[in-house]
Design a protein around this ligand. Structure first.
Ligand code: GLN
Ligand code: ZN
Length: 765
């Protein structure tokens, strides 16, 4: 019999219960027991929901208070010494590794001051994992048994689950060596790690688990030979152990074909493959699968929100059944549903027609079940008919097509995507106008989004204050931010972005062709969730989106204020994109809308314009080859289309964060100044890569994800280290990213110390 499976479910709760609880705990408003209770309730709700939907294979251990990769680091004791020395409880250690911890001594507790571990994008998604950080002193051992505990918790509720674990090779491969052990190759630790995995797996078996899902998403990457060998070694090792549960080896987000030789013949009972993303791998996968192995067909998209096409998916699954027989086929979500919002029924404001196009995590459960029933010959005629109608109506919808947008995209040419003169000619013109000191200081854009800001935004959205009252409030916030920056001596100012709920949604709401949700939250990292807008149709900008606030900010200061926009690639990547049009087309439509905005800002007297592209790196196709080179070229082109309509003297900034960035790939954007996240990357090799970057760069000097305040001396040490490799005349001084998630107190101190450090260096040079 064909079975249905879910690879993971969002853990944040339908109403962001997890965020409220974790932040409440961090702020001392709830106890650790109360926090744990919220976690337990969320797990139980999720399991019951899936059970009720009729899902056969339900995951456990997909829950996490912060990040599932970080959970493994805690479980395997991959905890750098700087965290263990404070004797924190396991949960506090977890949070300290995830977000840093700085607290003064009290009568009962020691003072703590430790930065967070590095956070990295999870493959090409907007989820971030906390990078496992290995040292020569790492002593693997088991701390607790979270996967077993959560399995038992479900079992007590009468629900048999399939525990999920990130596999050993992905865990090591996605990690890095700590600063004290830079020559350590994480994969060399495999042999030490495998017995611990085996121990967890055998405990799971002893507790009653018949199956486990082991995720090895690295199998969709171009794996080096040592990683391929590690896969062979790890699964051969598991195959030799007795009393382990049956293993479903899960891959997602791409094709496994280039690694099929490695996968073939591994002693695992099932292979899960993402056919939503890469259907073209079907024949190769079928040919590689062993006689007794099951194929888990990932067909319900875990990364997007479009309603599944039942007819198409059922036909696909039937092909697999023909080849393998019903007993060896599972119908599954393509990946964990972590990347989709929890429940479409919570959307009360969506246009009914548009709402009919979507399916969120809860609805996807039904999709998996209906497809499974359909291919098993059960009667789901009504569901099929409704689905077919809906799919057809989307194809024809008037809300989607705009011929003038299509014509404008077709008219994009070389001239539109090239600045009037090259950087060497622009720079002197800009210098004349701005006359900035050496080590110019700036910030990335946002200032703390205070409670007051949120309250007023809510009031405005609910209509309890008027547009004029709201504008007055926003202007007073802008004024506070401007005065503060003047007071501490920053050189290039920002307006602080108080009017923005989110850097993509804010623009999405002003662009035709977008739909947005009221409750469609998706976890981005830790307690930070985003509500990605949805690109439904052709995109265009009816009127200026950000000019008013920038003009106001510039009108009250004599220092330059940066106009602040979100770039085309980031708008695309942090939205749910269309699946009926290619990504380049969507990027160009956005680029044209932004080009108009950039030109409007310039015309309104804004002399510095920053177009943020923090998602540039995450959009990179996972494998090398034609698709990847094409991406580099159209992504850069989209940025240039957005920014090349201005005069030489207008200074274009851009900003990138979250990911390993190769400076060679941002050259083609031709921005005058870029700022990048850097504070946790401060090794000399990485700096050296930037040395030959032709334009100016601000290497981020402090971590904005953490409330920790670096001292002036710490900034000086950091800047000195960078200056050993990086030239002073191209050096901008700035934080890693925007400050919206920070409080004012730490913002004030950190920035003051940063500016003092810049002044110190000006005196030295
Ligand atoms: N300008 C944005 C801000 O400061 C950039 C945010 C980002 O890169 N994620 O908030
Ligand atoms: Zn950023």
């Amino acid at each position: 019999m064909v079975q249905s499976a879910v690879l993971g479910f969002p853990r944040i709760g339908p109403n962001r219960e997890l965020k409220k609880a974790t932040e409440g705990y961090w702020n001392g408003k709830i106890t650790v027991d109360e926090l744990f209770k919220v976690g337990k309730d969320l797990r139980s709700q999720n399991w019951k929901l899936q059970k009720q939907a009729g899902v056969d294979i339900i995951p456990s251990n997909d829950f996490s208070f912060y990040d599932q990769v970080l959970d493994l680091s805690l479980l395997f004791n991959v905890i750098p010494d700087r965290y263990t020395k404070y004797d924190l409880s396991p949960i506090d250690t977890l949070f300290a590794m995830g977000r840093g911890l700085q607290r003064k001594a009290t009568e009962t507790e020691k003072a703590v001051d430790v930065t967070a571990l590095e956070m990295v994008k999870w493959f090409d998604s907007n989820y971030h994992y906390v990078r496992p950080t290995f040292s020569k002193t790492t002593q693997f051992k088991l701390n607790g048994q979270k996967p077993v505990d959560e399995y038992l918790e479900a079992k007590e509720l009468g629900i048999q689950t399939r525990p999920v674990l990130l596999g050993p090779v992905s865990y090591l491969f996605l990690g890095k060596a700590d600063k004290d052990s830079l020559d350590l190759e994480p994969l060399s630790l495999l042999e030490q790690l495998l017995p611990l995995y085996a121990e967890v797996l055998s405990k799971l078996a002893a507790a009653g688990a018949t199956d486990v899902q082991i995720d090895e998403p690295v199998l969709v990457l171009d794996l080096p030979a040592n990683a391929q060998a590690a896969i062979k070694k790890a699964y051969t090792y598991f195959g030799k152990q007795s009393n382990l549960p049956k293993i479903t080896l899960a891959t997602y987000f791409g094709t496994v074909v280039p690694n099929l030789d490695v996968i073939k013949g591994l002693p695992v009972s099932a292979l899960h493959v993402d056919f939503a993303r890469a259907p073209q791998q079907f024949d190769d996968v079928i040919a590689a699968i062993g006689d007794k192995q099951t194929l888990s067909v990932g067909i319900v998209d875990g990364r997007n929100i479009w309603k599944n096409d039942f007819k198409k998916s059922s036909a696909f699954v039937n092909k697999a059944i023909e080849k393998l027989g019903a007993d060896r086929v599972v119908v599954a979500t393509s990946s964990s549903l972590l990347h989709t919002p929890v429940d479409l029924t919570n959307e009360t404001k969506l246009d009914a027609e548009i709402k009919g196009f979507f399916s969120f995590a809860t609805q996807k459960l039904d999709e998996v079940v209906v497809i499974t029933k359909n291919v098993s010959g059960q009667d789901v005629a009504a569901a099929l008919e409704a689905n077919a109608k809906s799919v057809e109506s989307r194809g024809k919808s008037k809300l989607i097509h705009d011929s003038s947008v299509k014509a404008r995209v077709a008219s994009i040419d070389q001239k539109m995507s090239t600045r009037a003169s090259p950087f060497e000619q622009r720079l002197p013109e800009q210098k004349k106008i701005f006359n900035l000191p050496l080590f110019p200081t700036t910030t990335i854009g946002s200032f703390p989004q205070t409670k007051d800001i949120r309250i007023n935004r809510n009031k405005f959205n609910k209509g309890t204050i008027t547009a004029e009252e709201y504008e007055k409030f926003i202007n007073s916030e802008i004024e506070t931010v401007i005065r503060f920056q003047e007071e501490i001596g920053l050189d290039v100012l920002v307006h602080g972005e108080p009017e923005r709920n989110d850097m993509v949604q804010y623009f999405g709401e002003q662009i035709n062709g977008y739909a947005f949700t009221v409750n469609g939250w998706v976890q981005s990292y830790g307690s930070r969730y985003v509500r990605p807008p949805i690109i439904v149709g052709d995109l265009s900008r009816p009127k200026a989106m950000s000019v008013k606030e920038s003009v106001y900010a510039q009108s009250i200061t004599s220092k330059p204020v940066k106009g602040m926009l979100t770039g085309p690639i980031t708008c695309l990547r942090w939205s749910f994109p269309r699946d009926d049009v290619d990504q380049r087309t969507q990027a160009m439509q956005l680029a044209l809308a932004l080009r108009d905005e950039v030109n409007d800002l310039e015309a309104a007297g804004i002399k510095v314009i920053q177009v943020d592209e923090p998602a540039l790196r995450e959009g990179l196709p996972l494998r090398e080859g034609a698709e990847r080179s094409a991406y580099y070229s159209w992504a850069a082109e989209a940025f240039r289309v957005a920014t090349s309509g201005v005069a030489n003297k207008t200074q274009i900034h851009s900003h990138f964060c979250y990911s390993d960035l190769d400076p060679n790939h941002i050259k083609a954007l031709d921005a005058d100044v870029v700022s990048i996240e850097f504070s946790k990357k401060d090794d000399a090799n990485y700096i050296a890569e930037f040395k030959n970057y032709p334009n100016h760069i601000g290497l981020g000097l402090f971590d904005i994800h953490s409330p920790r305040v670096p001292s002036k001396d710490e900034f000086i040490t950091k800047i000195s280290a960078i200056l050993k490799t990086y030239p002073a005349e191209k050096f901008w001084v700035n934080p890693d990213c925007g400050l919206k998630t920070r409080g004012w107190e730490e913002t004030r101190l950190s920035l003051t110390h940063m500016v003092e450090a810049a002044k110190y260096f000006r005196e030295q040079y």
